[in-house]
Design a protein around this ligand. Structure first.
Ligand code: PHE
Ligand code: ZN
Length: 879
């Protein structure tokens, strides 16, 4: 039975639960054929019964109901009603026990929601609403309860039996089965419930908290991967220490468990005391994982750990408040990573992601505020808007309040709401109370969708040394929100003189000299700021640290940008200047390409680029960021009508131009960055590797035999996946005879390692070469392709849909390929299918030909009988 009722849920319809669950006892009997779940709920009416009795309504679906009894007496069939998604008991006492027995088939559960099997193990995924496919329950985050869970399974096949909290009891059963009972002393909503059973290896460590309690740390994985969990465990300990030092947050249980599973819809899940992770965010060795993989693991481990306070101890009242935990936790993990790595480089990476993924959402048919007003399927709202823009809002609060008052606000929030299910409003209120600031206007960031545009202009009065900055803000209409009110925006600015020196930023009428950086509070549609005490016209550094998630438009001249590239102190602004310069040049090449004009190198840009390349900038990772041209996706964001072909050609032309003119510089920088020392995970050389591989990628665009040989040599001699991929990426796009040999060799060598095979699929799907679509089609038939494994599907089909020129092939073949594959995936996994539809939903941004082709493909999906809710919502809203 699938659910095809497509109702919309509105934030304003929120009502507190009628019945709360005092405690819940679960007993799972895991079987190869059927799994039995017995649940005993202690329920209590939470409303005033003098106004009449209300029915008990529990959520549940996708299982067989075996029995139902109330206070020990089986319920007669006429005493309850079962519908597609609920159980209703019209008349119940004020306080009672309900026992429910359900029968499940986890081995057939391809949705990967609720209880399912992955690689011979049982595991669960209950956020957002997976618990209701295990048993009947008030499956909503504001019903918190104490869970006691007994897991029973065959001792041989499932020696490891886990659930949340601490083990209470264990024992053998006569039939070869055994059991363990777990008890979680913290009240929690059902979405944080977890269970795992399997034959798993365990690596252990321990952590002593700031108050001296010893916590046992356990990481469970497949025996074959036993050597791949060290980095994740080390990251966990770093995260635990960091949260104590930065936010005063201490861990609260005696053990912390992490389990790696191969089949997982998302990245990882913060279940109380028992995190379940997509194995791609756990497993790493130097031979199998890149530097970027290592960093992502550290960040996701941190993210799930930080949820223990921002999400678990204080949770969400309802799913409209999702950003309460996700935005806040993204902010916390970004800060953690910034402290572990290079802060500036981390900020740039986060901005890059926001400006591609999130801006596209804000500009498309599914645009929604950080706190949405309505949804059909909550799974569709785990978005870059809720997560990453939500994180930016927290960052802006910190900027506006200052670090100290922000920390006071965080402390107040945790103290005030510990053990509660609360709203975003409660969070903002804690910030306002702790700082005595009026955050009334700031709250609009949570309710208005769309990316604000800030148009700045300036003038200089040489006679009195006053520089005037005028800022206008506006926000384009988004679905359901034609008009927007002005936002409260922290605009962090600095001023540079023509020699690149930082000047004091003195607001007119204030005592001079002011600080060299300052926060302007923009809160009206148009505002003017006057800066005094200036001898000559300064170059403004605007939006330092990317202080607000906006698009900024300021008429910089190319020489202003060159000056900022060389001298600006804020890494984001320094990087951004280079990106703007490059974007200006590439977009003018795009126009030439569209007009059929010959493409010509821009010598001023080449000179600026050479200066950066040979600058000896000590932060090599920063330099690599600075030397990376804006992505095709970001360039697309900047165009009124996206022309993927012209963007691709223009950007390739730039790369080729730079490689041709700076060939020896690229070779020299690469050489200087390479090391004879063996690879070390924390050897502090990831920036060098990144820069060296960037140089190689540029050089490979020359399609020169000597360079290809260099690349192949790097592949053959590499002792780590970073350099291996650094060579393979460019080779995959190189039309040379060695290409297929090397790709074959890589596959043969790594076919036993799922995560590396995923990389191999992606490499091929992301290739520039003309035959890429045919290759992708052929790979669907490859024995290693697995439709039902989300990582594998994303590695091939998801990656292909990110390949701008091929996905957007003018004849629509790329779109058709995506939809052909989604039509197969939808019945198996609607949640992942709906997410992978995103690239088609932006059809309005293209020219009429592509628009029609994209819509046509969306309609093929729309025509399916019984469209699952997840997919229905995306298709309906985007057509
Ligand atoms: N709550 C998880 C996180 O952000 C994400 C997630 C959502 C995972 C839904 C699985 C299902 O860490
Ligand atoms: Zn999260």
């Amino acid at each position: 039975m699938t659910e095809t009722a497509h109702t919309t849920i509105h934030r304003h319809d929120y009502r507190p639960p009628d019945y709360t669950v005092e405690s819940v006892d679960l007993r799972f009997e895991l079987g190869e054929d059927t799994t039995l779940v017995r649940s005993r709920l202690a329920l209590r009416a939470a409303y005033d019964r003098s106004g009449g009795e209300r029915p008990l309504v529990l959520d549940g679906h996708r299982f067989v109901l075996r029995s139902l009894s109330l206070d020990g007496t089986p319920l007669a069939p006429e005493a309850f009603q079962v519908s597609a998604e609920t159980l209703v008991v019209p008349s119940v006492p004020a306080s009672f026990t309900l026992e429910v027995e359900t029968e499940l088939r986890p081995q057939d559960n391809t949705f990967l929601e609720g209880l399912y099997r992955s690689n011979g193990m049982f595991c669960t995924q209950c956020e957002a609403q997976g618990f209701r496919s295990i048993t009947y329950y008030p499956d909503r985050p504001d019903v918190l309860s104490i869970f006691t869970v007994t897991v029973v399974a065959d001792r041989e096949r499932y020696p490891v039996l886990l659930s949340n909290g601490n083990p209470l009891d264990r024992g053998e059963l006569p039939d070869g089965r055994h059991f363990i009972t777990w008890h979680d002393p913290f009240r929690k909503p059902s979405y944080l419930f977890a269970l795992v059973a399997g034959r798993l290896a365990c690596i252990e460590d321990s952590f002593t908290t700031c108050s001296g309690r010893e916590v046992s740390l356990r990481l469970y994985l497949q025996e074959a991967n036993r050597n791949k969990g060290g980095h994740a465990l080390r990251s966990l300990k770093k995260a635990m220490r960091w949260d104590e030092e930065t936010f005063g947050r201490e861990y609260d249980l005696d053990c912390y468990m992490i389990v790696a599973v191969d089949d997982f819809n998302m990245g990882a899940m913060e279940n109380k005391g028992l995190n379940i992770f997509n194995s791609c965010y756990v497993l790493a060795t130097p031979e199998t994982a890149t530097d970027t993989d290592y960093q992502a693991i550290e960040e996701v481990i941190g993210h799930e750990y930080f949820h223990n306070w921002s999400g678990n101890r204080v949770t969400c009242r309802d799913w409209f408040q999702l950003s309460l935990k996700e935005g806040l936790t993204i902010f916390r993990d970004q800060e953690f990573s910034a402290d572990m790595e290079s802060r500036g480089v981390k900020r740039i990476a986060d901005v890059r992601y926001l400006r591609t993924a999130q801006f596209a959402e804000d500009g498309g048919p599914l645009a929604h505020p950080v706190r949405p007003e309505s949804y059909m399927e909550i799974n569709n709202f785990y978005t870059a808007t809720v997560y990453n823009k939500g994180g930016e809002l927290i960052r802006m609060l910190r900027t506006l309040l200052g670090a100290e008052r922000f920390r006071k606000g965080m402390d107040l929030y945790f103290e005030r709401h510990d053990g509660q299910a609360v709203t975003i409003e409660d969070f903002v209120q804690a910030m306002a109370d702790a700082s005595n600031m009026d955050l009334g206007q700031f709250r609009l960031w949570y309710s208005q969708a769309g990316t604000p545009l800030m148009e700045a202009s300036s003038s200089f009065e040489a006679a009195d040394g006053v520089f005037t900055l005028t800022v206008r803000q506006s926000c384009p209409p988004t679905p359901g929100q034609p008009d927007k009110q002005p936002f409260h925006i922290p605009l962090v600015v600095g001023l540079l003189d023509r020699a690149g020196r930082e000047l004091p930023v003195t607001l007119f009428g204030e005592p001079a000299p002011g600080p060299t950086t300052r926060i302007l509070e923009v809160n009206r549609a148009e505002q003017t700021f006057h800066f005094s005490g200036l001898d000559s016209e300064p170059v403004p550094a605007l939006l330092r640290g990317y202080s607000a998630p906006v698009k900024l438009d300021y008429p910089y001249r190319p020489d202003d940008l060159v000056l900022l590239m060389a001298h600006e102190t804020d890494p984001f602004c320094r990087w951004e200047a280079g990106q703007q310069l490059a974007a200006q040049v590439i977009l003018s090449l795009v126009a030439d390409q569209q007009a059929g004009r010959e493409l010509k190198p821009d010598q001023a840009f080449v000179a600026a680029y050479r200066a950066a390349l040979t600058s000896g900038e000590p932060d090599r990772a920063f330099l690599a960021e600075a030397l990376t041209l804006p992505s095709e996706k970001y360039l697309a964001e900047l165009m009124p009508v996206i022309d993927p072909e012209a963007i691709h050609i223009a950007r390739r032309f730039m790369i080729h131009t730079l490689a041709t003119q700076l060939r020896s510089d690229f070779l020299a920088v690469r050489e200087a960055c390479r090391s004879a020392l063996p690879y070390g995970v924390d050897d502090g050389r990831s920036g060098e590797r990144r820069l060296a591989n960037l140089c190689l990628a540029y050089l490979m665009s020359l399609e020169e035999q000597a360079i290809t040989e260099l690349c192949i040599q790097q592949y053959r001699t590499s002792d780590n996946m970073t350099d291996t991929m650094g060579a393979l990426g460019p080779l995959a796009s190189c039309d040379c005879p060695e290409r297929s040999q090397v790709l074959e060799d890589f596959y043969r060598h790594w076919q036993g390692d799922r995560l590396v095979v995923d990389k191999w699929f992606s490499l091929r799907a992301l290739s520039d070469l003309p035959g890429t679509l045919d290759d992708a089609r052929a790979l669907i038939g490859h024995p290693a392709f697995e439709l039902a494994n989300p990582n594998r599907f994303r590695a091939l089909v998801g990656a292909f849909s990110q390949n701008q020129p091929h996905f957007h092939a003018p004849d629509g073949a790329g779109y058709r390929f995506l939809v052909d594959q989604l039509l197969r995936l939808i019945p198996l996994n609607p949640q992942v299918s709906a997410r992978l539809l995103a690239p088609l939903t932006t059809w309005r941004r293209f020219e009429p030909g592509r628009q029609a082709l994209m819509q046509q493909e969306l309609r093929r999906i729309q025509a399916l009988p019984q469209l699952p809710r997840d997919v229905y919502e995306v298709v309906e809203k985007s057509l």
